[in-house]
Design a protein around this ligand. Structure first.
Ligand SMILES: Nc1ncnc2c1ncn2[C@@H]1O[C@H](COP(=O)(O)OP(=O)(O)OP(=O)(O)O)[C@@H](O)[C@H]1O
Length: 322
């Protein structure tokens, strides 16, 4: 497990990570989601002991990273800027890592095979594409056969085949019972990979929820109705026990009643409709709304928020409780 407790990092006035408390559990893929600059990389660097927290604590399997005896066998990580000597081959890079961490040489061949780099293992890293570089970074993370794996934006720069490969790899690592913690700024990516979601914005925790729950709450389907006879339509719906709420641009939104039924109710009363369209709210929209509120919250520090944003903020609160 990775356990964060009140983890905080300040750079001067800037609060990069703000009082984060959550646990990353084994056997599932946990997505770490937030817009650019939310504090994901800083959090991951603190987990690995590369940055020191200003306050709070983070433990890897109950211990601070720098007290782990053989860290590569406990936690493997792919960080965004992974330093590989450009003149060194993939094989020699991994061999150097293995030898300095007491890992047998056969693991080098195994992980090269696992990430599909065997054919180019003797080529110098400076000739590697971005995708090959990512694969080499992942090979390094897997080298010590660790129980915990952490990937910072692993699909960056990968082609569709590479992205598919990473997704499959992360899921299979979790199925083996490992803890898999992966960051992204794309909800659509996480929806395909993660079982659990931790969302941050401006360094603060916004959501800590299962993916299924996030989808259940946000996959709202409704029907958008546009009519020049608003009152007449509302009457017709009301008589049938159907509730409509105001949508954007003077539209009405109806939950739980199919478009066909709404159309028939309108026709029965001779109500003209200009639009009758089933809608599905996207997860990306839900994510943007969730993180936008944290930006607003910080921009208005000390000042009361407008009622709509207060409501959105409470929505964020309920995620935290979930
Ligand atoms: N060494 C540093 N000195 C000053 N500010 C920093 C430093 N490292 C990070 N920050 C700031 O802390 C905030 C969080 O940065 P971080 O890189 O952790 O975000 P992120 O969520 O990983 O973003 P991205 O997706 O863009 O990588 C940003 O505002 C960043 O500018």
């Amino acid at each position: 497990m990775i356990e964060l407790e009140g983890l905080t990092k300040r750079y001067g006035e800037k609060v990069a990570v703000d009082n984060l408390t959550f646990t990353v559990r084994p056997g599932i893929v946990t997505g770490f989601l937030g817009p650019n600059g939310a504090g994901k990389s800083t959090t991951m660097r603190m987990i690995l002991g590369l940055d020191h927290p200003t306050a709070g604590d983070v433990r890897v399997d109950g211990t601070h990273y720098d007290r782990l005896k053989d860290p590569l066998t406990d936690i493997g990580a792919l960080l965004e800027a992974k330093g590989v000597h450009p003149g060194r081959s993939a094989y020699n890079h991994l061999l150097w890592l293995a030898q300095s961490n007491g890992i047998p040489e056969r693991r080098v061949r195994e992980v090269l095979d696992e990430v599909g780099l065997t054919a180019v293992a003797r080529k110098k890293a400076k000739g590697f594409s971005l995708g090959m570089g990512q694969r080499l970074g992942i090979a390094a993370a897997l080298l010590g056969d660790p129980r915990i794996l952490m990937f910072d934006e692993p699909v960056n720069g990968l082609d569709p085949e590479g992205i598919h490969w990473i997704r499959t790899l992360m899921k299979s690592l979790a199925e083996q019972g490992r803890t898999v913690f992966v960051s992204s700024h794309l909800m659509s990516e996480m929806a395909l990979t993660a079982d659990h979601l931790v969302v941050i914005g401006q360094g603060r925790l916004l959501a800590d929820t299962s993916m299924a729950e996030f989808i259940r709450r946000n996959s709202r389907s409704y029907v958008r109705v546009r009519t020049p006879q608003r009152e007449a339509l509302l009457d017709a719906l009301h008589r049938a026990g159907v509730t409509a709420v105001d949508g954007a641009d003077g539209t009405l939104e109806v939950d739980g009643t199919p478009a066909e039924a709404i159309g028939e109710l309108a026709a029965r009363d001779g109500v003209v409709l200009h639009e009758l369209s089933p809608q599905q709210a996207s997860l990306e929209e839900a994510f943007m709304q969730l993180t936008a509120e944290s930006v607003e919250y910080h921009a208005h520090t000390g000042a009361p928020l407008p009622p709509q944003q207060q409501q959105q903020q409470q929505w964020g609160e309920s995620w935290r409780k979930g």
